[in-house]
Design a protein around this ligand. Structure first.
Ligand SMILES: Cc1ncc(C[n+]2csc(CCOP(=O)(O)OP(=O)(O)O)c2C)c(N)n1
Length: 611
């Protein structure tokens, strides 16, 4: 098994250097995953991975090694557990802190079915900072069911883990008396011949009382779990010994395992954050081997918000465990007292921001579109209801790429745009983004979401720079018969589309909506001037700009042909961003083609009815 562990590490380091993926987290759980598969019988016993980004070894050990070259690619192996991919992937995941709840659901219904197998939820210390995990502990501790929770403690979330729990786990790990006592107990346990359940239970009791004497009871014991640990998660022998033992234990058990993120690849051990999620890299140097994207929207956000905070001391920044991903690292260094990493706790982040806004501060919560889903009620109930000035910097909105279904940022417009008091803007390029952030922080006063995509902040369309004004769109080009309305990065695609239409003899007008909410009243007035109106958005059609425009057309009985270019009611799988947009007809060539088809179709209809 040790040889296998070595081989798996080499395989991961070399394969991910080509495909990209979650390297450091997986290197940290090689021995743990081998031990789990050795001691338990998957898929009869259920392994439930939290987040699921660390499930690569599990995938290798369950027959998917040969597909790893397709990892995160269109049609390829998912980087997260997918029940459609293998019966060994029990629960589909991608967002954190769900594994104990899901595991408990499996366990209690197993009992109702009268079945007998183990359920093991494997959760990281980062994911344990999510409130959902504690809601689940609260229920599981008293549920009178067998559930094993493995806490994989590497002291890291994506960045260094934060908060009281993290310090607490650190104390548990390092309490010298406790560790000493644990070593003695292990020796004792190894010496005592196993003479049936009674003896085992007696030993557990001694262990419990010793634990109590040395570190008092752990917080997990108070929740009703039997806390075991800490155990070295890279020592196969210890892991196997303890897993075999807890497999037989009754009730909820929490095994605390400590591991090193990035284990076995010195560069990743040194900078686990840089190797959490990586693109292709050079193994020797660790440097990205593809072209590095500079000036992403996240970079521009970080730089701009830091500058704005330099001029306004009421600006505070909040992240839910994503300081570097959202571009806030620089802010954190420059204004440590005004920077708050709350852990993987999006719902808390929003209510926390509401409190800060109530006290006259301007909280800017930088968060990926997909993770803000977690905080819908807090946005509505704690922020919008009181019309508080909270700025939501909604990063990775639209198609995100390799992370797939669980991470696509396609739903934010749908879940934000119907909440009273909420304003939503989206920039077409870098300059407009900076203007919008400035507007959101300094001019506007209320809840506002600035929505921007993953990747490089566009430097194109610099000629169009109408000042950002509340609820006002930007008219880009005049035209006749055809009107195209787009916003965000789709404006660039709309311009390309217009060029293709112009080549084909049409003269389309173009509008950058800028505000998805509220829709510009002038824009609505414009609609009746065109025979054809088209909207384009990098989001699901439901609840976005398309439906708002369609509703205006219907309610005002405007006589125009309308068609929306947006994503249908789907969970969009993984793949390259450009490819996925093309797949759903949202690239310039497809849009232009469809517009010409609609326009020509309508003309044929008119001619036929005239005949
Ligand atoms: C709700 C939610 N917010 C944010 C993330 C982004 N995210 C993915 S992994 C991760 C860190 C998880 O840390 P931990 O559970 O300790 O696992 P490790 O990678 O350290 O093994 C974060 C913040 C997420 N997946 N889900």
């Amino acid at each position: 098994m040790e040889i296998l562990a070595q081989q798996i590490r080499e395989f991961l380091i070399s394969t991910i250097s080509e495909t990209g993926g979650h390297l450091a987290s997986n290197l940290g759980v090689v021995e743990l995953t081998i031990a789990l598969h050795y001691c338990f019988n998957s898929p009869q016993d259920k392994l439930v991975w939290d987040v699921g980004h660390q499930s690569y070894i599990h995938k290798i050990l369950t027959g998917r090694r040969s597909q790893f070259h397709t990892l995160r690619k269109f049609g390829g192996l998912s980087g997260f557990p997918k029940s459609g991919e293998s019966p060994h992937d029990i629960i589909d995941t991608g967002h954190s802190s769900t594994s104990i709840s899901a595991g408990l659901g499996l366990a209690v219904t197993r009992d109702l079915n009268g079945e007998n197998y183990s359920v093991i939820s494997i959760i990281g210390d980062g994911s344990m900072t999510g409130g959902l995990a504690f809601e689940a502990l609260n229920c599981a501790g008293r549920a009178d069911t067998n559930l094993i929770v493995i806490l994989n403690d590497n002291q890291m979330s994506i960045s260094e883990n934060v908060g009281a729990l993290s310090s607490y786990l650190n104390n548990l790990r390092t309490a010298p008396g406790y560790l000493g006592a644990k070593a003695d107990i292990t020796k004792l346990l190894n010496k005592v011949p196993v003479v049936g359940e009674k003896a085992v239970r007696a030993i557990e009791r001694i262990k419990d009382s010793l634990k109590y004497m040395v570190v008092n009871r752990t917080v997990f014991d108070e929740y009703g779990f039997n806390y075991i640990g800490p155990v070295d998660g890279h020592n196969l022998e210890s892991l196997i010994n303890v897993l075999k033992r807890i497999k037989k234990m009754k009730g909820p058990v929490l095994l605390h395992v400590y591991t090193k993120k990035g284990k076995g690849y010195s560069l990743a051990e040194k900078s686990p954050e840089d190797f959490h999620g990586v693109g292709p890299y050079d193994i020797e140097s660790g440097e990205p081997s593809g072209t590095k994207i500079w000036n992403t929207y996240s970079d521009v956000f970080g730089k701009t918000i830091t500058e704005l905070a330099g001029k306004n001391e009421k600006i505070v920044a909040v992240t839910a465990a994503m300081p570097s991903g959202t571009g806030l690292s620089h802010f954190a260094q420059k204004f440590p007292k005004r920077f708050f990493d709350v852990g993987i706790a999006e719902a808390h982040a929003v209510s926390f921001a509401a409190g800060m806004a109530k006290n006259g501060f301007i909280p800017v919560f930088a968060v990926y579109s997909t993770f803000l889903q977690r905080a819908y009620d807090q946005i509505l109930h704690d922020v919008c209801l009181q019309n508080l000035h909270v700025v939501f910097a909604v990063d990775r909105a639209g198609v995100v790429g390799g992370d797939g279904e669980t991470h696509q940022g396609l739903y934010d417009l749908a879940y934000l745009s119907h909440i009273p008091n909420m304003t939503i803007v989206s920039p077409k390029n870098r300059t407009e983004f900076i203007d919008m952030l400035n507007f959101a922080v300094n001019t506007f006063n209320g809840p506002i979401a600035v929505r921007y995509p993953r990747g490089a902040a566009s430097n194109k369309l610099k000629g169009f720079k109408t000042p950002v004004e509340y609820g006002k769109c930007e008219k880009l080009t005049g035209g006749e018969k055809i009107l195209i309305i787009a916003f965000g990065e789709m404006v660039e695609t709309a311009i390309e589309t217009a060029e293709k239409l112009t080549e084909a003899g049409h003269n389309p007008a173009l509008i950058n909506a800028r505000f998805v909410k509220p829709l510009d009243i002038d824009l609505i007035d414009e609609l009746s001037n065109y025979e054809f109106v088209f909207t384009m958005e990098n989001a699901v059609k439901t609840g976005g700009l398309s439906q708002k425009v369609a509703a205006e057309i219907a309610e005002r009985k405007i006589d125009t042909v309308f068609y929306a270019f947006a994503f249908p009611d789907v969970f969009l799988r993984q793949g390259d961003q450009t490819r996925l947009l093309a797949e759903y007809g949202l690239d310039a060539a497809s849009v232009a083609g469809k517009i010409m088809e609609i326009v020509q179709g309508a003309q044929v209809e008119i001619m036929e009815s005239a005949e």
